[in-house]
Design a protein around this ligand. Structure first.
Ligand code: XUL
Ligand code: CO
Length: 437
């Protein structure tokens, strides 16, 4: 199909008994469950940055992934070569979507105008490839964290010219996302935070961030972009204190600026873990607050305190996350974006395919298990019974605000209320989950 992966046809679904390295065992895109195909439920996307821009560098070592488009030479020719390899992979995997940052796809060149020209040129290349292949854009974004001008943040920079530069970059990235019919636009506050209060006016920076988000939402409506805007929470790395720490703090930020109906969250597993939460906690909280949007599917290492961005392969953990996603009604504009990178020793082009196939299978398998549990109401019934007391008249009157503290106190005394503790049955519930694995 192309030059980089040297495979002549897309990776097939062969079922659980297949012994082939490059075959799907669980991800059958056509398989229908709960009224939709797996492809429609899972909405997989491949990200451009880890898969095609990352070279395998770490703080101690140089490039290990020697890609042909990273050789010195004509940078735009390299960007086109990279796009060829990217679409070759999207089609081999059979993923419906991809995602990108402006900087992943085109060289920055000199001034902003040159960068914009380069981005649009590659966007045109994408347009033709998307038309031919049917691959769509899940979301676009702007990289507001790599260049040294952003070392003290973008929207929250002490220098208003950096704020302006970031705004200009986001405008183009949104225009390109709209032109490519993207289903969403992500804002990850790469350096929207601080290192020390000795040099930081936090109150001012939070106001700047609110203004920036408002500008984005206003622009979205002005240009008629129908996709969703997402913020991607992350607690630390790069900065020590990130303003978009987790779902709860993003919600607070949105509420403070009246944007909670305009912006949703793109939740990433590794970021949830870094924030001291489970992945399913962040999903359930976003759903409870009405801001669940999309997922960056990956896996953090519990022994390391940084963003390892590994491919999600842990089925039992994924089952708990999918239970929450299904309960929330699944995705609309969102999906599962592989914000995941192969390990730096995985140097063969086949490793890139293998990583995605393995993780798509893990997600499909977990989704099928979760959907069966939900279908059987395996956890729903015990949960319902745990809260059944809230159907009582007293409960209803308390919740609806009919009773004040003094009336509630009278009621307790008059009716000699003496609550009896009930078991939380955690081990029983954990065993139920295990029975489905
Ligand atoms: C960084 C991260 C980003 C966002 C997009 O940790 O997750 O790649 O997903 O900017
Ligand atoms: Co991410």
């Amino acid at each position: 199909m192309g030059d980089f992966f040297q495979l002549d046809k897309p990776i097939p679904y062969e079922g659980p008994s297949s012994r082939k390295a490059l075959a799907y065992r669980w991800y059958n895109p056509e398989h229908k469950v709960m009224g939709k195909t797996l492809a429609e439920h899972l909405r997989f996307a491949v990200c451009y940055w880890h898969s095609f821009s990352w070279t395998g560098v770490d703080p101690f070592g140089a490039e290990t992934l020697l890609r042909p488009w990273q050789k010195p030479g004509d940078e735009m020719a390299n960007a086109r070569l990279k796009a060829d390899a990217a679409f070759e992979m999207f089609e081999l995997l059979g993923v419906p979507f991809f995602t990108f940052h402006d900087r992943d796809i085109a060289p920055e060149g000199g001034a902003l105008g040159e960068f914009e020209k380069n981005v649009w040129e590659i966007a045109k290349v994408f347009e033709a490839k998307m038309k031919r292949s049917g691959v769509r854009l899940l979301w676009g974004t702007a990289n507001l964290f790599t260049h040294r001008r952003y070392m003290a943040g973008a929207a929250t920079n002490p220098d208003p010219e950096v704020f302006a530069y970031a705004a200009a970059q986001v405008k183009t990235a949104m225009d390109v996302t709209k032109a490519l019919n993207g289903e969403g636009y992500v804002l990850w506050g790469g350096r929207e935070g601080y290192e020390t209060l000795l040099n930081t006016d936090m109150k001012r920076e939070l106001q700047q961030l609110g203004r920036f988000l408002t500008l984005v939402v206003e622009y979205k409506h002005r240009i008629g972009f129908e996709g969703s805007i997402y913020i991607e929470p992350k607690p630390k790395e790069p900065t020590k204190h990130q303003y978009d720490y987790d779902v709860a703090s993003v919600y607070g930020l949105l509420k403070a600026h009246g944007l909670e109906k305009e912006i949703k969250v793109n939740i990433e597993q590794n970021h949830a873990v870094l924030a001291g939460h489970s992945f399913e906690h962040e999903i359930a909280l976003a759903e409870a607050l009405g801001i669940l949007g999309s997922i960056d599917i990956n896996r953090g290492d519990y022994l390391l305190g940084w963003d390892t961005d590994q491919f999600a392969m842990n089925v039992p953990e994924l089952v708990l996350a999918f239970c929450q996603i299904i309960k929330a009604g699944g995705f609309t504009t969102g999906g599962l974006n592989f914000d995941a990178k192969i390990r730096r020793q995985s140097i063969d082009s086949e490793d890139l395919l293998q990583a995605h196939v393995g993780s798509m299978d893990a997600c499909a398998r977990a989704f099928l298990i979760a959907s069966k549990m939900i279908d059987d109401r395996a956890l729903e019934l015990p949960l319902k019974s745990r809260y059944e007391g809230w159907d009582s008249q007293l409960a209803r009157r308390m919740v609806q605000g009919e009773l004040g503290l003094e009336q509630i106190a009278d009621y307790v005394k008059k009716n000699r209320i003496d609550p009896q503790p009930r078991s939380g049955r955690q081990e029983h519930l954990e065993s139920i989950v295990n029975n489905y694995l």
